[in-house]
Design a protein around this ligand. Sequence first.
Ligand SMILES: Cc1cc2nc3c(=O)[nH]c(=O)nc-3n(C[C@H](O)[C@H](O)[C@H](O)COP(=O)(O)OP(=O)(O)OC[C@H]3O[C@@H](n4cnc5c(N)ncnc54)[C@H](O)[C@@H]3O)c2cc1C
Length: 370
Amino acid sequence: MYNQFLYLMETKKQKQTICIVGNGWASYYLAKNLDKNKFDIVVIAPNSHVLNTPKLVDYALNIIDNVPYIPNNYMDVHIDNTVMDVDFDINKLYLKPCNGEVQTTEYDIVVFAIGSVVNTFNTPGVKEHAYFLKTIEDAIALRKIVKNVTNINIVGSGPVGIEFALKSSIPIITLYEGKLDILPNIQSDLFRGKILKELSLNNISTRLGTIIKEVDDRGNYSLSETPLMDLHKKLYCYGDAHIVLWCSGVKPNDTEKQLVEKLQIKPGTKVDNFFTPTHLTYKNVHCIGDMVINQGPPTAQNAKNQAKWLANYLNNSNKIDRNFFSQYQPHSRGTIIHCKDGIFIDTKLYKGRIIRPFSDIVVKFIEWLD
Ligand SMILES: Cc1cc2nc3c(=O)[nH]c(=O)nc-3n(C[C@H](O)[C@H](O)[C@H](O)COP(=O)(O)OP(=O)(O)OC[C@H]3O[C@@H](n4cnc5c(N)ncnc54)[C@H](O)[C@@H]3O)c2cc1C
């Protein structure tokens, strides 16, 4: 693929080359909506397929067997690599060396869409002992052991933690939330009330206002021998039977040191109305998706809307004056949470409604992502 990219660069250039760094929802919808007559679209990411995150819970719980991947058919070239650094003065990206050889790519426009990572809040023991549900590797690790799990402590009562709890058949489930209510980022009390009722009907205990200070691995201790001690501060895991699932939110992806500095990723990249980082003067650099902190929440819905806005801007920026573009307005169509045999919906129209049983037609109708 890298050779294909070099060929693209060597042939007489009719179009502008747009490099999209990352192959998640933001990248997918940007590539989908860009004008193919105007741009050659190069996607650089270590994954060639987009992870269908709303299906990750099902995959981790063995409810579905196919890896939830979506092909990104909208790009011209995929470079299977990770971007380590960028030089904005000469429009160059530096990739992870391959067989000792440094790889670079040049761009006319670059869009960073490198997403987020799990926020452990530096809580001791979490990285070492807890399970996560953010990447395909996380889901594979859970999938392998989930049948043996008899007791799970889920930390974080956002949509992912709750959906996992409501869909799983694990006998003992405890849900911990640092705030005083479940689903802290959701407005509707009615919706929250219905979900709380469903949790209780499924014998799922909720511990609100509980901040986990440490996760410890008690290896082979038997459950009856060592009860959970000091519940409000420390959780123990016991091999594969009694585990901790850490779902307490995300932070912008701060894994590549040079990018963190250049894009001011810590605590998250701030962008202007054209999705250009506010600390940069280069108009051909943009950031979208979970890595951006001031244009709405880190959701696939929002990543999609940002990507569509930016594609429209880039497609038309040579025809329309910059000042005439209406500003991006984050808006949410709502939240859906699946349980074993139904869907809870929270939209303006259907506040806290539950549809039971649900069919594929209903799912198609309410699904935010196409
Ligand atoms: C289990 C789960 C369920 C979810 N369900 C929903 C839902 O139902 N609805 C909803 O709206 N949102 C949902 N979300 C949130 C949603 O998945 C994210 O908001 C969305 O994926 C963000 O898109 P993104 O493109 O910004 O980042 P990502 O999708 O995380 O993609 C980032 C991409 O960047 C690549 N990358 C990272 N660093 C580099 C680098 N240095 N060089 C090259 N490539 C790099 C990664 O490999 C990846 O391809 C869910 C999230 C999870 C974890």
